[in-house]
Design a binder for this molecule. Structure first.
Ligand code: IPM
Ligand code: MG
Length: 362
């Protein structure tokens, strides 16, 4: 099979972790006789440095005409990087939001799974970690506060900032359908998270999700308020299968969910539209403090590449092989610094890539 993949290495640790994911993809291509054609383009801070803007039309077009996009992470230190002296619409994050919108990537899938080997790195109490968990956060990605009208004005000498949280029933329906469809491939449960005790947008969210659920009588639906969900994630994460939520709640809850897996460096993600096209990136940020040190954890990006093989290319066998290779590395006690615990072996980012690639096809 021919795989046309656009690559955005990004900022901070982005280039290091994407290089490792490409190493693993290349090994998959070799073992299973596929042909990968990569096209590298810039976005975020790297694009600002080269072109003065975080997202160019060329980057959007190259991505649009590829089958999928593999991305690292973008952005820098908001306190010290010159990118954050630019007006908000010219900063690295604007590029990320821009590409999500331009490619209509409304469904963001963020799986959070506790590897048995990493339960020592899980910050939860042992009796909670021992129960394990395996959830998928389905985050709406092109609506809500992120894309509502915003402005800062001065009224009677007093500054006022406004952000708007808007959802249409169509935006809610299409993400709800994705959540129910994916629940059918998992454990048939959806917990929809909102703030319906306060927000109109959440009340609409709840009623549309209820409506959609009528077409999925085999999938159990529950509603949970977002503050309660934040608490339940640390009290008993084993109760969650598919967590369906809006953009901002999903941003926050997915960081929390990733942290309880032992490290934010383990959580992959897929951002999908209505076709097979997808943008695949780790859920974590660009960690500028450790950039260039070859100590970052590439596993989230490698697992994102595996999601790409599964969702865009329907290459389940190859995707399974990557996941098996990651499991094998972990059970052999190999760890990057973020997931290192006593009695395991600390290795670098590039060694982790070599170890995982070396186990493909074995
Ligand atoms: C994420 C990130 C982004 C988001 C930032 C970098 C704009 O935190 O992908 O979760 O908030 O969506
Ligand atoms: Mg985030």
């Amino acid at each position: 099979m021919k795989l046309n993949i656009a690559v955005i290495k990004g900022d901070g640790i982005g280039p290091e972790i994407v290089t490792e994911a490409m190493k693993v993809l290349d090994k998959v291509a070799f073992v299973y006789s596929h042909e990968i054609n990569y096209k590298e383009v810039l976005m975020g801070g790297a694009s600002i440095d080269a072109y003065g803007i975080p997202l160019t039309d060329e980057t959007i077009e190259v991505c649009r005409f590829s089958d999928a996009v593999l991305m690292g992470s973008i952005g820098g230190d908001t306190n010290t990087s010159p990118w954050y002296k630019l007006e908000p619409s010219k900063r690295p994050e604007a590029g990320l939001l821009g590409i999500r919108k331009a490619l209509n990537l409304f469904a963001n899938l963020r799986p959070a799974y506790l590897y048995r080997e990493l339960s020592d790195a899980c910050p939860l109490k042992k009796e909670i970690a021992d129960k394990g968990f395996d959830m998928l956060i389905m985050r709406e990605l092109t609506g809500g506060l992120y894309f509502g009208e915003r402005k800062t004005v001065t009224e009677n000498g007093i500054k006022k900032a406004v952000d708007t949280l808007t959802y249409t029933e169509e935006e809610i329906r299409r993400i709800a359908i994705k959540a129910f469809e994916i629940a059918r491939k998992r454990r048939n449960s959806v917990i929809s998270v909102d703030k319906a005790n306060v927000l109109d947008s959440s009340r609409l969210w709840r009623s549309v999700v209820n409506e959609v659920s009528k077409d999925y009588p085999d999938v159990k639906l529950e509603h949970m308020l977002v503050d309660n969900c934040a608490m339940q994630l640390v009290r008993d994460p084993s109760q969650f299968d598919v967590v369906l939520t809006e953009n901002m709640f999903g941003d926050i809850l997915s960081d929390e969910a990733s942290m309880i897996t032992g490290s934010i460096g383990m959580l992959s993600s897929a951002s999908l539209n209505d076709t097979k096209f997808g943008l695949y990136e780790p859920s974590h940020g660009s960690a500028p403090d450790i950039a260039g040190l070859n100590i970052a954890n590439p596993i989230a990006t490698i697992l994102s590449a595996s999601m790409m093989l599964r969702y865009t290319f329907d290459l389940d066998k190859e995707a399974d092989d990557i996941e098996r290779a990651v499991n094998s590395v972990l059970s052999d006690g190999l760890r990057t610094a973020d997931i290192y615990t006593d009695g395991t072996t600390k290795i670098s980012c590039s060694d982790m890539g070599d170890e995982i690639a070396g186990r493909i096809g074995k």
